[in-house]
Design a protein around this ligand. Structure first.
Ligand code: ZN
Ligand code: ZN
Length: 346
């Protein structure tokens, strides 16, 4: 099969013919129809992820059709249209048994702990625990765009952030995660303040439901601005970018007993970012992470997509061919373009 491969971290990935994958006994092989371009792939390519062994094929936001299934797989067969959350769980550990597949102790992550979907085919283990059926009316590009940023935002806003109608929500960073979160929080009935460095992204944030925007490049004190707009601070705030400044601002712009959810990755030099801990204590703030979402939680999200309350299709930016994927991957470090890029031609 054709795949995007890199031999060394930071070195230009190449398109190469590699052996076709075979399914593990409880896994499947999927013919990839769409795969999202994500900043996590860029982090992986840069060498920030200790799970990656070289040579490597990136790609973890995928949708396609099952072409082969292992003998233990019960629920899926050749021809099934499927997607998968980026954390594929083992289904057997303590966390899985307690319903928290997103933090499985033995997680399988295509594009990180195994070869991913910047390829014609990808193998996914533990298929019965992890595959999600794609509704007939949903196209592959939209389905692929859900697997990482959209589901993580859904869990961050709904399950971790516990947003309720009428609350103020601040979203720092309007990339794929941030825009998803804005749409989801708005659908939940919250009032959303969007923060970013570019007016282009803030315009899109408004279209997707933000009631107020702050351009952090033109605003000397973002925390003060959020507090003014929200009459004292956000009930829930999210760092959707993953940077010490946005993380610090997101915690600092909370009202008393507010909830911060960290979604943007903090890797490399940012892994131990500062936290205003005195304020966390005095104001009883909550700090939570959000790391993907369990396959079984897709149902609620799919219903909101079906009824048109959530429109992930509006978040899709440019589409690419697999041949264009290496250049697009390397450019992910620059935060250029709006929306989620998806490879749809193989
Ligand atoms: Zn991703
Ligand atoms: Zn597990």
């Amino acid at each position: 099969m054709k795949a995007v491969v890199f031999e060394k971290f930071g070195e230009t990935p190449v398109i190469r013919t590699v052996p076709d994958p075979v399914p593990s006994p409880d896994g499947v092989v999927i013919k990839v129809a769409a795969t999202g371009l994500c900043r996590s792939d860029w982090h992986g390519w840069m060498g920030h992820d200790p799970d990656i062994r070289l040579p490597h094929v990136p790609g973890h936001e995928l949708a396609g059709t099952v072409v082969a299934a292992g003998r233990q797989v019960r629920n899926w067969k050749a021809g099934s249209r499927v997607t998968v959350p980026f954390v594929a769980a083992c289904g057997h550990c303590f966390e899985c048994a307690s319903g928290n597949h997103q933090v499985c102790e033995h997680q399988f992550q295509p594009g990180f702990s195994a070869w991913g979907s910047y390829a014609e085919y990808v193998a996914i283990d533990h298929a019965d625990t992890n595959l999600v059926s794609i509704p007939e009316e949903m196209d592959f590009a939209t389905a692929a765009s859900l697997g990482c940023r959209f589901v993580t935002s859904f869990r961050a806003v709904v399950d971790q952030g516990r947003v309720t109608p009428g609350e103020w929500v601040a979203v720092h960073g309007c990339g794929g995660v941030g825009l998803s979160a804005i749409m989801i929080a708005n659908a939940m009935g919250a009032n959303v303040v969007a923060i970013d460095l570019t007016n282009e992204k803030l315009e899109l944030a408004k279209k997707l439901g933000a009631v107020a925007t702050i351009n952090a490049a033109e605003t000397p004190n973002v925390v003060k601005a959020v507090k003014q707009i929200t009459n004292g601070g956000a009930h829930m705030s999210m760092d959707a970018l993953g940077h010490p400044t946005t993380s610090y601002n997101s915690i600092s712009n909370l009202r008393r007993r507010g909830r911060h959810v960290q979604v943007g990755l903090m890797l490399g030099d940012h892994a131990k970012a500062a936290i205003p801990m005195a304020k966390v204590i005095a104001h009883e703030l909550e700090i939570r992470g959000s790391h993907g979402m369990q396959a079984f939680r897709y149902g609620a999200m799919m219903e909101m997509i079906k009824t048109g309350k959530l429109r992930p299709d509006l978040l899709i930016g440019k589409t690419y061919s697999l041949d264009e994927a290496p250049a697009a991957l390397m450019a992910m470090g620059n935060f250029e373009g709006t929306g989620i890029g998806v490879v749809t031609r193989f």
